[in-house]
Design a protein around this ligand. Structure first.
Ligand code: FAD
Ligand code: DHB
Length: 390
């Protein structure tokens, strides 16, 4: 098979790029290792920057998001028994975020790809990248015992953190920056009314907690847990009890509990691979960078990569202008590092670090006090949370 752009990975990054390119008549193929049901079974992000929401509309997949998603003009941080609000709209001159689950967004993208005849190949085994530093890169994959080949102009590595694309770059051509945190997040999805109509981040001596939502009837909660904990260690009852303990009393009293629909533990990691281009391979999304989820930046950073790549591809194919492709890695990384900084800052401010000294604990407390005592500090947090400009 021959195509213009070969995309490895059918997660949100790969699907969004594929959809945008197809709408402009740029031929592309996605190779996805798993089934569609598997991809849709992963409960992940829920907060979209306003710029990402706009990109979804541009990709003609914004209709259900605009109908069922919720615009949030603020979020809360609870600490020391009180709850303070970050007024996103007021602090940013009118910007906000969209609450719409990654699962729903991915479903919309799959349906849109199907509707316009997009080529998404599921169960593509043993995907391998070849000749990526040449003018004629190609992909191979297996369906059963049969090996298939896709020749393309460019390969997009959108296959997540554990994918094959980044691993295909020679070790001496890539630099890795990484920090692993000594805890994870235990997440629970439940069909219950959320305790807070807006997202609430909580700092507590027993550990961080997050009250989020997918709708006013569907809650998503997280608590910080040691890396040694297993999902089986946490009954629903134990989860609800611990969550309530970490919230201010008046809020804890209002938590409506119910059976968990999904329960999983995600380790926290900061990770950046530089550069994001090698030859004619371009990395995008989690394949190139990971943030701890505290600032809700992961999927949003993936979307900004796609924004840059899409415009670079358009300029190349429609105007013969390669400057966007040349600048891609540098442009994408400049924004990625800002998302890294913000996620690292939120994570450090709100979690319990088992090895923190008394001095570091004081600094952590001061960070919170400063945030809520300074309009400038609040404006900076809000500007980052709604998303820096592309
Ligand atoms: P992925 O979603 O990982 O998709 C990669 C795809 O590639 C997968 O479908 C995979 O099956 C496929 N693949 C892998 N290997 C291969 C291979 N060898 N061959 C072919 N295909 C392959 N982000 C936010 O912005 N806001 C949030 O609120 C937020 N909350 C989160 C909460 C949790 C608990 C977690 C875990 C993450 C959260 N994130 C959040 C991060 C967000 O989910 C990711 O950044 C996002 O999924 C990245 O999309 P992607 O398409 O780049 O990668
Ligand atoms: C959610 C996840 C996050 O990482 C976050 O910061 C806010 C919300 C969520 O899954 O809803």
């Amino acid at each position: 098979m021959k195509t213009q752009v070969g995309i490895v990975g059918g997660g949100p990054s790969g699907l969004l790029l594929s959809q945008l390119l197809d709408l402009k008549g740029i031929d592309n193929v996605i190779l996805e290792k798993h089934t569609r049901e598997y991809v849709l079974g992963r409960i992940r992000a829920g907060v979209l920057e306003h710029g990402f929401a706009a990109l979804m509309r541009e990709a003609e997949v914004g209709e259900r998001m605009d109908k069922e998603g919720e615009i949030h003009d603020g979020f809360y941080i609870a600490h020391d028994g009180i709850c303070e609000r970050v007024d996103l709209k007021g602090l940013t001159g009118g910007n906000s975020v969209m609450i719409y689950g990654q699962t729903e967004l991915t479903r919309d993208l799959y349906e849109a790809r199907e509707k316009i005849g997009g080529k998404v190949i599921h169960n593509a085994d043993d995907v391998a990248l070849h000749d990526i530093s040449t003018e004629k890169p190609y992909l191979t994959y297996k369906v059963g015992d049969e090996e298939k080949r896709v020749d393309c102009d460019y390969i997009i590595g959108a296959d997540g953190f554990h994918g094959v694309s980044r691993q295909s770059i020679p070790k001496d051509a890539i630099r890795i920056f990484e920090q692993v945190y000594p805890f994870g997040w235990l997440g629970v999805l439940s069909h219950t009314k959320p305790v807070s109509p807006e997202i609430l981040y909580a700092k507590h001596p027993r550990g961080f907690a997050l009250c989020s939502l997918r709708s006013q009837a569907m809650s998503r909660y997280y608590i910080q847990v040691p890396l040694t904990d297993k999902v089986e260690d946490w009954s629903d009852e134990a989860f609800w009890q611990e969550l309530k303990t970490r919230l201010p009393g008046d809020i804890a009293d209002k938590v409506i509990t119910g059976p968990s629909i999904e329960k999983s533990i995600a380790p926290l990691r900061s990770f950046v691979a530089e550069p994001m281009r090698f030859g004619n391979l371009f990395l995008a999304g989690d394949a190139a960078h990971i943030v701890p989820p505290t600032g809700a930046r992961g999927l949003n950073s993936a979307a900004s990569d796609i924004y840059y790549l899409y415009h670079a591809m358009l300029a190349h194919y429609k105007q013969g202008d390669d400057s966007g492709l040349e600048a891609y890695s540098q442009k994408a990384l400049a924004r990625v590092w800002k998302a890294q900084r913000f996620s690292w800052w939120m994570t450090n401010m709100l979690h319990e670090f088992p090895d923190n000294s008394e001095y570091e604990k004081h600094l952590q407390q001061t960070e919170l006090e400063y945030l809520f005592s300074s309009q400038n500090a609040l404006a900076s947090a809000a500007e980052n949370y709604v998303g820096l400009p592309f």
